[in-house]
Design a protein around this ligand. Structure first.
Ligand SMILES: [Zn+2]
Length: 92
């Protein structure tokens, strides 16, 4: 079986439309079906056969580099998102 690229995307519920780059489109997470933002750069990175997973499923699946082909850009975004979430949790 051929490895396919996986894009880790932010859920639309978590990110304001004003904060996404121009050309970003809404796509459904392949795991849970939640709507996610897919940026044009990430879309290009994963190609038309790539899978989309939201950051929540990414954490739940415990995906690492090597388990799946994850674009560097989306990995960085996911890491930033998780860090922000942890900071937020600590404050509450
Ligand atoms: Zn999901």
């Amino acid at each position: 079986m051929q490895n396919r690229w996986v894009a880790v995307c932010m859920r639309i519920a978590d990110v304001q439309p004003a904060n996404v780059v121009e050309g970003t489109v809404a796509r459904s997470c392949n795991e849970c079906g939640q709507s996610c933002w897919l940026s044009p750069a990430t879309s290009e990175e994963i190609g038309k056969d790539g899978r989309i997973i939201c950051v929540v499923c990414y954490q739940a699946l415990g995906l690492k580099l090597g388990d799946a082909l994850i674009g560097a850009g989306s990995l960085k975004e996911a890491a930033n998102h998780i860090r922000r979430q942890r900071l937020h949790e600590r404050r509450n």
